[in-house]
Design a binder for this molecule. Structure first.
Ligand code: F0G
Length: 485
Protein backbone atom coordinates (compact mmCIF):
# COMPACT_ATOMS: atom_id res chain seq x y z
CA UNK A 1 0.00 0.00 0.00
CA UNK A 2 1.42 3.40 -0.88
CA UNK A 3 1.55 6.00 1.84
CA UNK A 4 2.12 9.74 2.15
CA UNK A 5 5.88 9.34 1.92
CA UNK A 6 6.12 7.20 -1.15
CA UNK A 7 5.60 9.64 -4.03
CA UNK A 8 8.67 11.41 -5.34
CA UNK A 9 8.13 14.75 -7.12
CA UNK A 10 10.07 15.49 -10.31
CA UNK A 11 11.06 18.85 -8.85
CA UNK A 12 12.77 17.10 -5.94
CA UNK A 13 10.60 19.09 -3.56
CA UNK A 14 9.11 17.24 -0.61
CA UNK A 15 5.35 17.80 -0.72
CA UNK A 16 2.92 15.84 1.46
CA UNK A 17 0.42 14.10 -0.77
CA UNK A 18 -3.13 13.38 0.37
CA UNK A 19 -4.11 9.71 0.13
CA UNK A 20 -7.81 10.51 0.42
CA UNK A 21 -10.37 12.60 -1.42
CA UNK A 22 -12.75 15.09 0.15
CA UNK A 23 -16.41 14.15 -0.20
CA UNK A 24 -18.13 16.09 2.55
CA UNK A 25 -17.18 19.72 3.12
CA UNK A 26 -17.95 22.51 5.53
CA UNK A 27 -17.99 26.13 4.40
CA UNK A 28 -15.45 28.41 6.05
CA UNK A 29 -15.39 32.16 6.52
CA UNK A 30 -12.38 34.42 6.98
CA UNK A 31 -13.47 37.46 8.99
CA UNK A 32 -11.65 40.74 8.25
CA UNK A 33 -8.89 41.76 10.67
CA UNK A 34 -11.10 44.42 12.35
CA UNK A 35 -13.63 41.73 13.28
CA UNK A 36 -10.85 39.48 14.48
CA UNK A 37 -9.57 42.17 16.82
CA UNK A 38 -13.03 42.59 18.26
CA UNK A 39 -13.43 38.81 18.60
CA UNK A 40 -10.13 38.17 20.37
CA UNK A 41 -10.81 41.04 22.76
CA UNK A 42 -14.27 39.65 23.51
CA UNK A 43 -12.61 36.25 24.07
CA UNK A 44 -10.30 37.71 26.72
CA UNK A 45 -7.28 36.96 24.47
CA UNK A 46 -7.98 33.27 25.07
CA UNK A 47 -8.46 31.32 21.83
CA UNK A 48 -10.60 28.75 23.70
CA UNK A 49 -13.25 31.45 24.06
CA UNK A 50 -13.55 32.23 20.34
CA UNK A 51 -16.56 30.98 18.43
CA UNK A 52 -15.77 28.98 15.27
CA UNK A 53 -17.80 31.58 13.31
CA UNK A 54 -14.90 33.92 14.08
CA UNK A 55 -12.25 31.42 12.98
CA UNK A 56 -10.96 30.58 9.50
CA UNK A 57 -8.79 27.52 10.28
CA UNK A 58 -9.51 25.89 13.61
CA UNK A 59 -6.16 24.50 14.72
CA UNK A 60 -6.98 24.59 18.41
CA UNK A 61 -6.80 20.83 18.72
CA UNK A 62 -7.18 17.48 17.02
CA UNK A 63 -9.53 16.42 19.82
CA UNK A 64 -12.86 15.41 18.31
CA UNK A 65 -12.02 17.25 15.08
CA UNK A 66 -10.33 14.61 12.91
CA UNK A 67 -12.12 13.88 9.65
CA UNK A 68 -14.29 10.76 9.69
CA UNK A 69 -13.91 8.13 6.99
CA UNK A 70 -16.76 6.82 4.85
CA UNK A 71 -16.35 3.47 6.62
CA UNK A 72 -16.82 5.14 10.01
CA UNK A 73 -19.92 7.02 8.86
CA UNK A 74 -21.32 3.79 7.44
CA UNK A 75 -20.71 1.89 10.68
CA UNK A 76 -22.48 4.61 12.68
CA UNK A 77 -25.68 3.79 10.80
CA UNK A 78 -25.54 0.17 11.95
CA UNK A 79 -25.27 0.76 15.69
CA UNK A 80 -27.07 -1.39 18.21
CA UNK A 81 -28.96 0.81 20.68
CA UNK A 82 -29.04 -0.87 24.07
CA UNK A 83 -28.36 0.25 27.61
CA UNK A 84 -26.69 -3.08 28.42
CA UNK A 85 -25.08 -5.80 26.33
CA UNK A 86 -24.90 -3.77 23.09
CA UNK A 87 -23.37 -5.50 20.08
CA UNK A 88 -21.72 -2.19 19.23
CA UNK A 89 -19.69 -2.47 22.43
CA UNK A 90 -18.74 -6.02 21.47
CA UNK A 91 -17.41 -4.73 18.15
CA UNK A 92 -15.42 -2.02 19.95
CA UNK A 93 -13.98 -4.61 22.31
CA UNK A 94 -12.96 -6.78 19.35
CA UNK A 95 -11.27 -3.81 17.68
CA UNK A 96 -9.37 -2.97 20.88
CA UNK A 97 -8.21 -6.55 21.27
CA UNK A 98 -7.11 -6.64 17.64
CA UNK A 99 -5.30 -3.28 17.67
CA UNK A 100 -4.04 -2.99 21.28
CA UNK A 101 -4.02 -6.66 22.25
CA UNK A 102 -6.05 -6.06 25.44
CA UNK A 103 -9.06 -8.22 26.28
CA UNK A 104 -10.76 -6.27 29.08
CA UNK A 105 -12.22 -2.87 28.23
CA UNK A 106 -13.79 -0.21 30.44
CA UNK A 107 -15.51 2.42 28.26
CA UNK A 108 -15.47 6.10 29.32
CA UNK A 109 -16.82 9.29 27.80
CA UNK A 110 -13.37 10.82 27.15
CA UNK A 111 -9.70 10.57 28.15
CA UNK A 112 -9.82 12.54 31.40
CA UNK A 113 -12.65 10.31 32.61
CA UNK A 114 -10.22 7.38 32.31
CA UNK A 115 -7.72 9.42 34.32
CA UNK A 116 -10.34 10.06 36.98
CA UNK A 117 -11.03 6.34 37.39
CA UNK A 118 -7.36 5.31 37.33
CA UNK A 119 -6.34 8.00 39.84
CA UNK A 120 -9.23 7.28 42.21
CA UNK A 121 -8.32 3.59 42.17
CA UNK A 122 -4.56 3.77 42.54
CA UNK A 123 -3.63 7.02 44.28
CA UNK A 124 -3.59 7.98 47.91
CA UNK A 125 -2.44 11.29 49.45
CA UNK A 126 1.33 11.55 49.06
CA UNK A 127 1.57 9.16 46.10
CA UNK A 128 4.03 10.13 43.40
CA UNK A 129 3.59 9.18 39.75
CA UNK A 130 6.74 9.13 37.63
CA UNK A 131 6.07 9.92 33.97
CA UNK A 132 7.87 11.08 30.88
CA UNK A 133 5.86 14.35 31.00
CA UNK A 134 2.47 15.44 32.29
CA UNK A 135 -0.65 16.32 30.36
CA UNK A 136 -2.86 19.07 31.83
CA UNK A 137 -5.86 16.88 32.71
CA UNK A 138 -3.62 14.08 34.02
CA UNK A 139 -1.88 16.44 36.41
CA UNK A 140 -5.21 17.88 37.56
CA UNK A 141 -6.59 14.40 38.39
CA UNK A 142 -3.41 13.31 40.14
CA UNK A 143 -3.46 16.46 42.28
CA UNK A 144 -7.20 16.13 42.94
CA UNK A 145 -6.39 12.74 44.51
CA UNK A 146 -3.56 14.10 46.65
CA UNK A 147 -0.76 12.88 44.39
CA UNK A 148 2.36 14.46 42.93
CA UNK A 149 4.21 13.92 39.68
CA UNK A 150 7.87 13.44 38.74
CA UNK A 151 8.79 14.22 35.14
CA UNK A 152 11.72 12.11 34.04
CA UNK A 153 12.54 13.10 30.48
CA UNK A 154 16.10 12.55 29.32
CA UNK A 155 18.43 15.56 29.48
CA UNK A 156 17.99 17.93 26.54
CA UNK A 157 14.46 16.73 25.71
CA UNK A 158 13.10 20.23 26.30
CA UNK A 159 15.53 21.87 23.89
CA UNK A 160 13.43 23.46 21.17
CA UNK A 161 15.87 22.73 18.37
CA UNK A 162 17.05 19.16 18.45
CA UNK A 163 17.83 16.14 16.35
CA UNK A 164 16.82 13.70 19.12
CA UNK A 165 14.25 11.47 17.39
CA UNK A 166 12.76 10.35 20.73
CA UNK A 167 12.41 13.35 23.02
CA UNK A 168 9.54 11.56 24.79
CA UNK A 169 11.87 8.90 26.24
CA UNK A 170 12.06 8.42 29.99
CA UNK A 171 15.42 8.51 31.75
CA UNK A 172 15.74 5.03 33.25
CA UNK A 173 18.42 5.98 35.79
CA UNK A 174 16.22 8.84 37.05
CA UNK A 175 13.29 6.43 37.31
CA UNK A 176 15.23 3.93 39.41
CA UNK A 177 16.60 6.71 41.64
CA UNK A 178 13.10 8.12 42.16
CA UNK A 179 11.58 4.77 43.13
CA UNK A 180 14.46 4.10 45.54
CA UNK A 181 14.19 7.56 47.08
CA UNK A 182 10.38 7.62 47.44
CA UNK A 183 9.90 3.91 48.23
CA UNK A 184 7.89 1.48 46.09
CA UNK A 185 4.85 1.82 48.36
CA UNK A 186 4.51 5.49 47.37
CA UNK A 187 4.75 4.84 43.64
CA UNK A 188 1.45 3.20 42.70
CA UNK A 189 1.88 3.64 38.93
CA UNK A 190 4.40 4.61 36.28
CA UNK A 191 2.96 6.57 33.36
CA UNK A 192 4.25 6.85 29.81
CA UNK A 193 2.50 9.19 27.37
CA UNK A 194 2.69 8.37 23.68
CA UNK A 195 3.66 11.32 21.41
CA UNK A 196 4.22 13.43 24.54
CA UNK A 197 1.69 16.21 24.00
CA UNK A 198 2.97 19.23 25.93
CA UNK A 199 6.57 19.05 24.72
CA UNK A 200 5.52 19.18 21.07
CA UNK A 201 4.00 15.79 20.22
CA UNK A 202 7.33 14.01 20.72
CA UNK A 203 7.48 10.19 20.66
CA UNK A 204 9.33 7.67 22.80
CA UNK A 205 11.13 4.68 21.31
CA UNK A 206 9.98 1.12 21.75
CA UNK A 207 13.40 0.28 23.16
CA UNK A 208 12.84 2.91 25.87
CA UNK A 209 9.32 1.71 26.63
CA UNK A 210 10.71 -1.81 27.03
CA UNK A 211 13.29 -0.59 29.53
CA UNK A 212 10.66 1.30 31.52
CA UNK A 213 8.47 -1.79 31.49
CA UNK A 214 11.34 -3.99 32.67
CA UNK A 215 11.95 -1.69 35.63
CA UNK A 216 8.23 -1.49 36.40
CA UNK A 217 8.07 -5.29 36.52
CA UNK A 218 11.17 -5.45 38.71
CA UNK A 219 9.45 -3.24 41.30
CA UNK A 220 6.00 -4.71 40.56
CA UNK A 221 4.57 -1.26 39.76
CA UNK A 222 1.83 -1.24 37.09
CA UNK A 223 2.86 0.59 33.93
CA UNK A 224 0.18 2.86 32.47
CA UNK A 225 0.33 3.92 28.85
CA UNK A 226 -1.58 7.05 27.82
CA UNK A 227 -2.39 5.97 24.28
CA UNK A 228 -4.30 9.08 23.18
CA UNK A 229 -1.66 9.74 20.49
CA UNK A 230 -0.34 6.19 20.15
CA UNK A 231 -0.85 5.87 16.40
CA UNK A 232 1.48 8.79 15.71
CA UNK A 233 4.05 7.41 18.16
CA UNK A 234 3.95 4.04 16.40
CA UNK A 235 4.34 5.81 13.05
CA UNK A 236 7.44 7.65 14.34
CA UNK A 237 8.89 4.38 15.69
CA UNK A 238 8.59 2.92 12.20
CA UNK A 239 10.15 6.04 10.66
CA UNK A 240 12.91 6.62 13.21
CA UNK A 241 13.81 3.41 15.07
CA UNK A 242 15.90 1.23 12.73
CA UNK A 243 14.81 -2.06 14.37
CA UNK A 244 11.22 -1.43 13.27
CA UNK A 245 11.77 -0.06 9.76
CA UNK A 246 10.19 -3.16 8.23
CA UNK A 247 7.49 -3.68 10.87
CA UNK A 248 3.90 -2.69 10.21
CA UNK A 249 2.29 0.04 12.32
CA UNK A 250 -0.18 -2.61 13.47
CA UNK A 251 2.62 -4.80 14.78
CA UNK A 252 4.35 -1.86 16.49
CA UNK A 253 1.08 -0.89 18.20
CA UNK A 254 0.70 -4.42 19.57
CA UNK A 255 4.29 -4.47 20.77
CA UNK A 256 3.87 -1.09 22.51
CA UNK A 257 0.67 -2.09 24.30
CA UNK A 258 2.13 -5.45 25.33
CA UNK A 259 4.58 -3.57 27.57
CA UNK A 260 1.82 -1.83 29.59
CA UNK A 261 -0.47 -3.19 32.29
CA UNK A 262 -3.04 -0.47 31.64
CA UNK A 263 -3.62 1.27 28.31
CA UNK A 264 -6.03 4.22 28.32
CA UNK A 265 -6.92 6.68 25.64
CA UNK A 266 -9.05 9.59 24.54
CA UNK A 267 -10.88 8.37 21.47
CA UNK A 268 -11.52 12.01 20.59
CA UNK A 269 -7.92 12.01 19.40
CA UNK A 270 -7.49 8.41 18.31
CA UNK A 271 -10.49 7.73 16.16
CA UNK A 272 -13.83 9.43 16.72
CA UNK A 273 -15.69 12.44 17.97
CA UNK A 274 -16.02 11.26 21.54
CA UNK A 275 -15.20 8.52 23.99
CA UNK A 276 -12.29 6.62 25.40
CA UNK A 277 -11.41 3.46 27.26
CA UNK A 278 -9.22 1.80 29.85
CA UNK A 279 -7.85 -1.52 28.58
CA UNK A 280 -5.96 -4.32 30.30
CA UNK A 281 -5.32 -8.05 30.26
CA UNK A 282 -5.13 -8.23 34.06
CA UNK A 283 -8.30 -9.31 35.84
CA UNK A 284 -7.15 -7.73 39.14
CA UNK A 285 -6.72 -4.35 37.40
CA UNK A 286 -10.07 -4.67 35.64
CA UNK A 287 -11.87 -5.68 38.85
CA UNK A 288 -10.27 -2.84 40.82
CA UNK A 289 -11.70 -0.20 38.47
CA UNK A 290 -14.89 -1.60 36.99
CA UNK A 291 -17.32 -0.43 39.70
CA UNK A 292 -16.35 3.21 39.05
CA UNK A 293 -17.56 3.08 35.44
CA UNK A 294 -21.30 2.83 36.25
CA UNK A 295 -20.78 5.42 38.99
CA UNK A 296 -19.14 8.13 36.86
CA UNK A 297 -19.65 7.18 33.22
CA UNK A 298 -22.56 4.85 32.45
CA UNK A 299 -23.15 1.13 32.20
CA UNK A 300 -20.13 -1.09 31.42
CA UNK A 301 -21.15 -1.48 27.79
CA UNK A 302 -21.38 2.20 26.85
CA UNK A 303 -19.47 4.29 29.40
CA UNK A 304 -21.14 7.59 28.53
CA UNK A 305 -20.74 7.19 24.77
CA UNK A 306 -23.52 6.85 22.24
CA UNK A 307 -23.56 3.56 20.33
CA UNK A 308 -22.83 5.47 17.14
CA UNK A 309 -19.65 6.87 18.67
CA UNK A 310 -18.71 3.37 19.78
CA UNK A 311 -19.08 2.07 16.22
CA UNK A 312 -17.02 4.97 14.86
CA UNK A 313 -14.34 4.23 17.42
CA UNK A 314 -14.15 0.55 16.47
CA UNK A 315 -13.63 1.33 12.78
CA UNK A 316 -11.36 4.30 13.52
CA UNK A 317 -9.08 2.20 15.72
CA UNK A 318 -8.48 -0.27 12.91
CA UNK A 319 -7.83 2.62 10.50
CA UNK A 320 -5.13 3.86 12.88
CA UNK A 321 -3.03 0.89 11.78
CA UNK A 322 -3.05 2.17 8.17
CA UNK A 323 0.10 4.16 7.56
CA UNK A 324 -1.51 6.42 4.96
CA UNK A 325 -4.12 7.42 7.56
CA UNK A 326 -1.93 7.83 10.62
CA UNK A 327 0.91 9.44 8.64
CA UNK A 328 -1.22 12.22 7.12
CA UNK A 329 -1.06 14.66 10.00
CA UNK A 330 2.66 14.10 10.80
CA UNK A 331 3.62 14.64 7.16
CA UNK A 332 1.73 17.95 6.97
CA UNK A 333 3.27 19.00 10.28
CA UNK A 334 6.74 18.09 9.01
CA UNK A 335 6.09 20.16 5.87
CA UNK A 336 5.02 23.26 7.83
CA UNK A 337 7.86 22.87 10.33
CA UNK A 338 10.42 22.75 7.53
CA UNK A 339 8.88 25.78 5.79
CA UNK A 340 8.82 27.85 9.00
CA UNK A 341 12.39 26.83 9.78
CA UNK A 342 13.39 28.02 6.31
CA UNK A 343 12.06 31.48 7.28
CA UNK A 344 14.11 31.43 10.49
CA UNK A 345 11.07 30.96 12.72
CA UNK A 346 11.79 29.01 15.92
CA UNK A 347 9.80 25.76 15.95
CA UNK A 348 10.08 22.53 17.91
CA UNK A 349 12.22 20.00 16.04
CA UNK A 350 12.15 17.23 15.12
CA UNK A 351 8.59 17.76 13.86
CA UNK A 352 6.25 15.72 16.05
CA UNK A 353 2.65 14.57 16.08
CA UNK A 354 -0.54 16.53 16.75
CA UNK A 355 0.64 19.91 15.53
CA UNK A 356 3.34 22.35 14.55
CA UNK A 357 4.73 23.91 17.73
CA UNK A 358 6.11 27.44 17.49
CA UNK A 359 8.55 28.48 20.24
CA UNK A 360 7.03 31.66 21.69
CA UNK A 361 10.02 32.57 23.86
CA UNK A 362 12.25 32.47 20.79
CA UNK A 363 9.65 34.29 18.67
CA UNK A 364 8.88 37.03 21.23
CA UNK A 365 12.02 37.50 23.34
CA UNK A 366 10.68 40.92 24.41
CA UNK A 367 7.70 39.36 26.25
CA UNK A 368 8.69 38.15 29.75
CA UNK A 369 7.40 34.71 30.70
CA UNK A 370 5.15 36.14 33.38
CA UNK A 371 3.34 38.01 30.60
CA UNK A 372 2.57 34.74 28.85
CA UNK A 373 4.44 34.83 25.51
CA UNK A 374 2.67 31.71 24.17
CA UNK A 375 -0.73 33.22 24.98
CA UNK A 376 0.31 36.50 23.35
CA UNK A 377 1.56 34.68 20.24
CA UNK A 378 -1.67 32.66 19.97
CA UNK A 379 -3.72 35.88 20.19
CA UNK A 380 -1.46 37.78 17.75
CA UNK A 381 -1.51 34.96 15.22
CA UNK A 382 -5.29 34.71 15.34
CA UNK A 383 -5.52 38.47 14.90
CA UNK A 384 -3.40 38.55 11.76
CA UNK A 385 -4.62 35.29 10.17
CA UNK A 386 -7.95 34.11 11.57
CA UNK A 387 -6.17 30.85 12.43
CA UNK A 388 -6.88 29.61 15.93
CA UNK A 389 -4.03 27.80 17.67
CA UNK A 390 -3.66 26.86 21.33
CA UNK A 391 -1.43 28.27 24.04
CA UNK A 392 0.75 25.55 25.58
CA UNK A 393 2.83 27.41 28.13
CA UNK A 394 2.42 29.19 31.45
CA UNK A 395 -1.27 30.03 30.91
CA UNK A 396 -1.77 26.24 30.77
CA UNK A 397 0.27 25.86 33.96
CA UNK A 398 -0.80 26.40 37.59
CA UNK A 399 0.03 28.66 40.54
CA UNK A 400 2.08 27.49 43.52
CA UNK A 401 0.91 27.68 47.15
CA UNK A 402 2.05 31.33 47.32
CA UNK A 403 -0.02 32.29 44.31
CA UNK A 404 2.92 32.66 41.94
CA UNK A 405 2.81 31.32 38.41
CA UNK A 406 4.68 28.05 37.99
CA UNK A 407 6.52 29.05 34.82
CA UNK A 408 6.18 26.44 32.13
CA UNK A 409 9.29 24.58 30.88
CA UNK A 410 8.41 25.63 27.34
CA UNK A 411 6.17 28.33 25.86
CA UNK A 412 4.58 26.94 22.72
CA UNK A 413 1.92 27.99 20.27
CA UNK A 414 0.44 24.74 19.02
CA UNK A 415 -1.12 24.69 15.57
CA UNK A 416 -2.91 21.34 15.56
CA UNK A 417 -3.42 19.36 12.39
CA UNK A 418 -6.56 17.31 12.87
CA UNK A 419 -6.24 14.31 10.61
CA UNK A 420 -7.21 14.86 6.93
CA UNK A 421 -8.94 18.20 7.58
CA UNK A 422 -6.72 20.92 6.07
CA UNK A 423 -5.29 21.26 2.56
CA UNK A 424 -1.85 22.23 1.35
CA UNK A 425 -2.96 25.73 0.24
CA UNK A 426 -4.34 26.33 3.72
CA UNK A 427 -1.03 25.12 5.12
CA UNK A 428 0.77 27.59 2.84
CA UNK A 429 -1.50 30.39 4.08
CA UNK A 430 -0.42 29.56 7.65
CA UNK A 431 3.22 29.63 6.56
CA UNK A 432 2.76 33.00 4.87
CA UNK A 433 0.99 34.71 7.77
CA UNK A 434 3.42 33.31 10.33
CA UNK A 435 6.29 34.55 8.18
CA UNK A 436 4.76 38.04 8.09
CA UNK A 437 4.15 38.06 11.85
CA UNK A 438 7.77 37.06 12.41
CA UNK A 439 8.92 40.12 10.44
CA UNK A 440 6.73 42.35 12.68
CA UNK A 441 7.26 40.42 15.92
CA UNK A 442 8.61 43.49 17.71
CA UNK A 443 5.04 44.86 17.73
CA UNK A 444 3.68 42.05 19.94
CA UNK A 445 3.43 42.60 23.71
CA UNK A 446 2.26 40.60 26.71
CA UNK A 447 -0.97 39.63 28.45
CA UNK A 448 -2.27 39.68 32.02
CA UNK A 449 -5.14 37.83 33.65
CA UNK A 450 -8.36 39.67 34.43
CA UNK A 451 -10.38 36.55 35.30
CA UNK A 452 -8.64 33.40 36.49
CA UNK A 453 -10.38 30.13 37.43
CA UNK A 454 -8.58 28.08 40.13
CA UNK A 455 -8.37 24.79 38.14
CA UNK A 456 -7.44 24.34 34.47
CA UNK A 457 -7.46 28.12 34.07
CA UNK A 458 -6.46 28.02 30.42
CA UNK A 459 -9.91 26.81 29.37
CA UNK A 460 -11.99 29.68 30.73
CA UNK A 461 -9.54 32.34 31.92
CA UNK A 462 -9.72 35.86 30.46
CA UNK A 463 -6.80 38.20 29.84
CA UNK A 464 -6.09 41.65 28.46
CA UNK A 465 -3.17 43.10 26.53
CA UNK A 466 -0.53 44.90 28.62
CA UNK A 467 -0.51 47.80 26.08
CA UNK A 468 -2.23 48.81 22.85
CA UNK A 469 -0.08 46.31 20.89
CA UNK A 470 -3.09 44.53 19.30
CA UNK A 471 -4.26 47.81 17.70
CA UNK A 472 -0.76 48.59 16.46
CA UNK A 473 -0.38 45.11 15.03
CA UNK A 474 -3.70 45.41 13.20
CA UNK A 475 -2.63 48.74 11.73
CA UNK A 476 0.64 47.24 10.47
CA UNK A 477 -1.33 44.38 8.91
CA UNK A 478 -3.60 46.81 7.06
CA UNK A 479 -0.62 48.82 5.84
CA UNK A 480 1.04 45.73 4.37
CA UNK A 481 -2.01 43.84 3.09
CA UNK A 482 -4.31 46.69 1.99
CA UNK A 483 -7.91 45.55 1.60
CA UNK A 484 -6.98 41.86 1.71
CA UNK A 485 -8.42 39.84 4.55
N1 F0G B 1 -3.99 12.51 27.44
C1 F0G B 1 -3.47 13.15 26.38
C2 F0G B 1 -2.09 12.82 25.95
C3 F0G B 1 -4.23 14.11 25.71
O1 F0G B 1 -3.69 14.74 24.67
C4 F0G B 1 -5.55 14.38 26.14
C5 F0G B 1 -6.34 15.42 25.49
C6 F0G B 1 -6.05 13.69 27.25
C7 F0G B 1 -5.25 12.75 27.87
C8 F0G B 1 -7.44 13.96 27.78
O2 F0G B 1 -8.38 13.48 26.91
O3 F0G B 1 -9.66 15.54 26.23
O4 F0G B 1 -10.61 13.25 25.86
O5 F0G B 1 -10.45 14.18 28.14
N2 F0G B 1 -5.86 16.29 24.69
C9 F0G B 1 -6.60 17.31 23.98
C10 F0G B 1 -5.65 18.28 23.31
C11 F0G B 1 -7.61 18.03 24.82
O6 F0G B 1 -6.14 19.26 22.74
O7 F0G B 1 -4.44 18.08 23.30
P1 F0G B 1 -9.86 14.16 26.78
Amino acid sequence: MSDTQSVRFFSGESIPLEMHKVRVVQKLYLPPVEERLEAIRRAGFNTFLLNTREVYLDMLTDSGTNAMSDAQMGAMMQADDAYAGSQSFERMQQAIEEVFGKRFVLPVHQGRAAENIICRTYLKPGSIIPMNYHFTTTLAHIQANGGRIAELLTDGALNIKSSNPFKGNMDIAKLRALIEAEGVANVPLIRMEASTNLIGGQPFSLANLREVSKLAREYRIPLVLDASLIGENAYFIKQREPEFRNSSVADILLQMCAEADIVYFSSRKVSSSRGGAICTNRTDVFDAMKSLVPLYEGFLTYGGMSVREIEAMAVGLRETTDESVIGQSPSFIAYLVSRLEAHGIPVVTPAGGLGCHVDAMGFLPQVPQKEYPAGALAAAFYLISGVRGMERGTVSSIRDENGNDVLSDVELLRLAFPRRVFTLSQTKYIEDRMHWLHTRRDLVGGLRFVEEPPVLRFFMGRMEATSDWPERLMKAFREDFGDSL
